[in-house]
Structures are given as structure tokens and as C-alpha cells.
Ligand binder design. Structure first.
Ligand SMILES: Cc1cc2nc3c(=O)[nH]c(=O)nc-3n(C[C@H](O)[C@H](O)[C@H](O)COP(=O)(O)OP(=O)(O)OC[C@H]3O[C@@H](n4cnc5c(N)ncnc54)[C@H](O)[C@@H]3O)c2cc1C
Length: 417
């Protein structure tokens, strides 16, 4: 039986941030990770000689984002080119006037969200669409990119709680590479899924694929899907945590990278929507960093459908949509390199959390500490920065700070005794 002070379950952005903070205070901390790699939903694949993020790619709220400071400390370069969705007229296949028109409709919609988020009664965000308006399908498509789900699934209050400073940067070597590098010095057990946390005794007993571990405290930093489906269980059971996790399901977003054999044929750092009149459409970032690739993004029901169709479905769909705008000739320039299927990944089962209507409060319920020794972290625990890698980082740090406080209280008690 292995003994330690703190066990961190999950080596994603939250778990790594928590463990680094605890280790820095000279408290023994062991990180258990189900996969054979560190980073979780931060994952950079190297393909075609390029670092390609199939999980998080953008440091959102970058001017306030802790990962920017980590990048500076570890010597990672940050790229500050604004994203094509932020700058006007960086979307191709749609006239400037049309872009302005859509932008105005989106601004009005999000202003209604802000206002409705403070109302007593929460409701689905789709209630705030003006019936029959032209841009409703595209607003729904945007919802599948930001929440991983269509507007009818999503809580207005939760959407209104999200904070965005408007700055977005990227890590040249990949966001996943950065999170992995930050986790590298930790005491880690890979391929070690935890299955049960027994908190009935004086010490915690954690059952894992590599035997039992005893600890005084644990940080549970796994996705909500893992708690809701009870792949990781608690004894005694914690029904409130299961209910909170269930109210914060992971929406689905997937990426596919296409290689472009004649890169100059496509304008760098621009965006193309596959369609303007339906929610089930991809968003295509042409030549990010000026590289010879198209980064394709699919969300919600469309992503789920394409995952279920199996090999090649994302590529076929993407190439058809791109060819519909850029002409059939573009097909011979595009070859799939790598992509994701986060909904099929047993240690994620989705991409990032949204709150079901009426359940914005579930984030605080999920984050609440149990008995001063079970601490919860992960993007879904963040009220204002959920769904992001920096939100995950912050919840990890908060859990670590609470643990340090608890240990210093125990130290004081021991000295008194
Ligand atoms: C396609 C996509 C695009 C995204 N784009 C962005 C973006 O541009 N910017 C941004 O900020 N965010 C983005 N995100 C979201 C961001 O990646 C996540 O919010 C963040 O990485 C979540 O970190 P986490 O630590 O909460 O969870 P995770 O990264 O999921 O970490 C949890 C860890 O727990 C492990 N685990 C699961 N079960 C067990 C178990 N039983 N025992 C032990 N370990 C277990 C998992 O393997 C995983 O490593 C994106 C995500 C996806 C999928």
C-alpha cells in the first residue's frame, strides 16, 4: 500500500496546476493519470512536422491567463496574431456587408444573454433567438463551437457568467506541449485510472489499476463525465456530486487538420464557415500560423454524428464543405493529417462542460470541498472561466491553496498537542 500526503487524480491542466502548487510547498503529492500521457484535453500531436493542437489551442483571456506566465517561465513562444473570429473581414466566402450584418446580430444576441442571465428564472439560450431571423442557424452553429451543444441545451445564466477579456493568443509549440512540460517534474503514475475513493476511514483509500494508495487528502480533477457515469466512485457515495456533474455535461467539439499541398492557394489566418444557413456546419481556420494546414472545427450534434460514422467521415464532410465555397479543384490540395474524437475517448467522453438550463449553480456544487479532504478541480468547477484550460488551472490552484491551508491548520494542531 503506497502512502502519501495528497493524491491528485487526473493530470490535465487542473491536476497539473494543483500538484505543482502543492509540491512547491514541500508536501508529498502523487498524481494519478489514466492515460499514458499528461495534459488531458490539452493535447498537441506532432504530424507533418508540425505541432497540432487537437484539444485546446487558444489562450483565451490571454492577458489574464496564467498559462501565459507559465509559457514565459518555461521559454515557450506565444503568438499574438488575433484569431480570425475576432477581427472583422477575416471570414472569407461572405461579403463584408454580410459579415457586419452577422456581427451585429451576434452582438444583439449576446447582449440579450447578458441581460437575461441576471433574471430570476434561468432558461435555454435558444429562447433568446428572435423567431425566424436569418442568422439563427449560424448563431446555433457558433453555440456548438463555444459550448459543444446547440442553444436549446444551454443555460442562459451560465452563458452570461462566462468571462472573456477579448485577448486570444497561441503557443507556437502547442498548448498541449506547454501543459505537458509543466507537469513533467511531478511524481506521476501514468496508465493508472482511479476507480474508487473510500473516504470512510481516517485516511483516504484510493483504488487504482496499480493497487491501493492511502492519502490524507485528494484533488479530484477529472472531467464531469467520469463522475456522472461513476467510472470513478466514492464510498460512501456522494449523490450531490453525481447530480452536479450530470447537470454539467461535456459538449462535443472535434478538430481535424487537413494538409494543404499548395498553401499559397489559401489566404493565411482566415476563416470559412461551411454554410451560413444551418447549425450542422464546420468552421475552417485556413493556414493558422501561416502553416500549410486547415484546422477544421465541428461541434454539437454534427460532431456526434460524424464520430458515429467512423473513419474518414470528418474529412469527407470538411472537404465537401470547403469545396462548395472554394471550388472543386481545392479537393486535390487537401489531405487529412490528424483529428480528434473526444466523445469516444473513455477518459473524456466529450470536450468541455456547459450547464443545462436551470443548473448554472451546479458549478459551485461540484467545486465544494467534502470533509476538508476531498477537493474538486477541473474546468467545470469554474463559474466564470469554465470550458477553458486557464479556468482549469485556476480551479487546480484554488484546490491546492485550500489543501495548504488545511495542512497548516493540522500542523498547528499537532504542535499544540
Ligand atoms: C477540441 C477542443 C478544443 C478546445 N479549445 C480550447 C481553447 O482553444 N482554449 C481553451 O482554453 N480551452 C479549450 N478547450 C478546453 C480545454 O482543453 C479544457 O477545458 C481543459 O484542458 C480541461 O482541463 P481539466 O484539467 O479540467 O480536464 P482534463 O484535461 O480532461 O484532465 C483530466 C484528466 O483526468 C484523467 N482521468 C480521467 N479519468 C480518470 C481516472 N478515473 N483516474 C485517473 N485519471 C483520470 C484524464 O485522462 C485527463 O488527463 C478545448 C477542448 C477541446 C476538446
Amino acid at each position: 500500500m503506497h502512502e502519501t500526503d495528497v493524491v491528485v487524480i487526473g493530470a490535465g491542466a487542473a491536476g497539473v496546476a494543483a500538484a505543482r502548487r502543492i509540491a512547491a510547498a514541500d508536501i508529498r503529492v502523487l498524481v494519478l493519470e489514466a492515460r499514458s500521457r499528461v495534459g488531458g484535453r490539452a493535447w498537441t500531436l506532432r504530424a507533418a512536422g508540425l505541432p497540432l493542437d487537437v484539444g485546446c489551442g487558444w489562450l483565451h483571456s490571454a492577458d489574464e491567463n496564467e498559462w501565459a506566465a507559465v509559457a514565459a517561465t518555461l521559454g515557450f513562444a506565444l503568438d499574438r496574431t488575433p484569431p480570425p473570429w475576432g477581427a472583422r473581414r477575416r471570414t472569407i466566402g461572405i461579403s463584408t456587408a454580410e459579415q457586419e450584418n452577422f456581427r451585429a446580430a451576434a452582438d444583439r444576441f449576446f447582449a440579450r444573454v447578458e441581460e437575461a442571465a441576471t433574471a430570476e428564472q434561468d432558461r435555454p439560450a435558444s429562447d433568446l433567438l428572435e423567431p425566424g431571423k436569418r442568422w439563427n442557424p449560424l448563431l446555433n452553429a457558433i453555440s456548438t463551437y463555444i459550448s459543444g451543444a446547440e442553444l436549446d441545451q444551454v443555460s442562459v445564466r451560465d452563458l452570461g457568467n462566462y468571462h472573456d477579456s477579448g485577448e486570444n493568443w497561441r503557443v507556437v509549440e502547442g498548448y498541449g506541449t506547454l501543459v505537458e512540460a509543466y507537469g513533467a517534474p511531478l511524481d506521476l503514475r501514468l496508465e493508472c485510472p482511479a476507480t474508487l475513493i473510500d473516504h470512510s476511514g481516517a485516511r483516504l483509500r484510493i483504488e487504482t489499476a496499480q493497487g491501493d494508495i492511502r492519502a490524507r487528502a485528494a484533488v479530484i480533477a477529472v472531467p464531469t463525465s467520469i463522475i456522472a457515469r461513476e467510472s470513478l466512485r466514492f464510498a460512501p457515495a456522494l449523490p450531490n456530486k453525481i447530480a452536479a456533474a450530470d447537470a454539467l455535461p461535456l459538449g462535443l467539439d472535434d478538430k481535424l487538420f487537413l494538409h494543404v499541398s499548395e498553401p499559397e492557394a489559401l489566404p493565411a489566418e482566415t476563416r470559412l464557415f461551411g454554410a451560413l444557413d444551418r447549425a450542422a456546419t464546420g468552421s475552417y481556420h485556413l493556414r493558422p500560423f501561416g502553416r500549410p494546414v486547415v484546422e477544421c472545427f465541428f461541434g454539437g450534434r454534427l460532431a456526434r454524428q460524424l464520430e458515429s460514422e467512423g473513419d474518414g467521415a470528418f474529412a469527407r464532410f470538411a472537404i465537401e464543405e470547403i469545396a462548395a465555397y472554394l471550388g472543386g479543384d481545392v479537393r486535390r490540395l487537401l489531405t487529412p493529417i490528424v483529428g480528434s474524437a473526444w466523445g469516444l475517448d473513455p477518459f473524456a467522453l466529450g470536450s468541455y462542460s456547459y450547464a443545462r438550463p436551470g443548473h448554472a449553480d451546479a458549478r459551485a456544487a461540484l467545486a465544494a470541498t467534502v470533509d476538508d479532504r476531498l477537493f474538486f478541480a477541473g474546468e467545470a468547477c469554474s463559474v466564470h472561466d469554465y470550458s477553458t484550460a486557464h479556468g482549469a488551472y485556476r480551479t487546480g490552484e484554488e484546490a491546492a491553496e485550500a489543501i495548504l491551508k488545511m495542512f497548516s491548520k493540522l500542523g498547528a494542531l499537532n504542535r499544540e498537542a
